[in-house]
Design a protein around this ligand. Structure first.
Ligand code: OAD
Length: 242
């Protein structure tokens, strides 16, 4: 339980590719804007899927298969511990991730996956979603078990599509007392705008990143470094103070 002298905190954490970099998942911008040799518009737009589904499918199937080769790192573990402790002490805690890997979930966090998840597939016709980590053959589409349509699509948000759970995210950020952006370059909106929104709403804002992100001006504190090294210490500091 929380010490009655300690005010209730409401912490919102936003993570990006940098939090998974220490698990061996490549980030986007570090690869010069190319995703495994592809320009974003070749593989991460609804237009690309309509024009060349085989290339898009192959690209995502390789990323889906790669999920089995990575594991959560100390940053994921520390955030899962923070959620458990904050909740047990009666504080508020919300984790929002832009990552489509499932490392937060595997570490034990309840993450809002605003850009979708690689571990699920969605039917482009009936909308049914299904958890699927088995069918990762890059050359074979997976049919929909619900309606029989010939191919499911990756259950991720592509450029030009609307990110998930925006209302819940907006509510959490506007009522945050503290906000931390971890391992995100601050260039892809609407996620990149959450740091400013939190500060505007009165939260104390923190940034953890290897390089200074584009939106660093909206941070009260910058903690430079690798997420796996910096986040466990920051979590310990918060838990000691709260
Ligand atoms: P980026 O690849 O744009 O940025 C990764 C950030 O993490 C950079 O600022 C790096 O400095 C930092 N970084 C790299 N390694 C790190 C480490 N070990 N520890 C801490 N920080 C590290 O990734 P995102 O900001 O997540 O969107 O990209 C946002 C969105 O753009 C993605 O969700 C995706 C992409 O296009 C969609 O798919 C819709």
């Amino acid at each position: 339980m929380r010490d009655p002298e300690t005010p209730r905190r409401a912490l919102v954490v936003l993570t990006g590719a940098g939090v998974s970099a220490d698990s061996g998942v490549p980030t986007f911008r570090d690869a010069g804007g190319l995703w495994e040799g592809h320009r974003v518009e070749e593989v991460a737009t609804p237009e690309a899927w309509a024009r060349d589904p085989r290339t898009v499918w192959r690209f995502y199937q390789l990323r889906r298969a790669a999920l089995a080769t990575v594991a959560p790192n100390p940053a994921h573990d520390a955030l899962a511990e923070l959620e458990r402790e904050m909740t047990a002490r009666g504080h508020g805690f919300t984790l929002i991730t832009q990552n489509v890997d499932d490392l937060h979930q595997r570490a034990g966090s309840t993450a809002i996956a605003m850009h979708g998840r690689l571990a699920t597939l969605a039917c482009e016709r009936c909308g049914a979603t299904t958890e699927d980590r088995e069918n990762v053959d890059p050359e074979r589409f997976v049919p929909c078990a619900a309606c029989g349509h010939a191919r499911l699509r990756p259950d991720v948000v592509w450029f030009g599509e609307v990110p998930r759970a925006l209302d819940a995210i907006d509510r959490a950020v506007r009522s945050a007392t503290h906000f931390a952006a971890i391992g995100t370059s601050g260039v892809v909106y609407p996620a990149a705008g959450l740091l400013s929104l939190a500060r505007f709403a009165g939260a104390e804002t923190h940034v953890v990143s290897l390089d200074a992100p584009e939106n660093l001006h909206a941070a009260d504190r910058f903690h430079p470094g690798r997420a796996a090294e910096v986040v466990p210490g920051l979590v310990r500091q918060w838990l000691d103070a709260w």
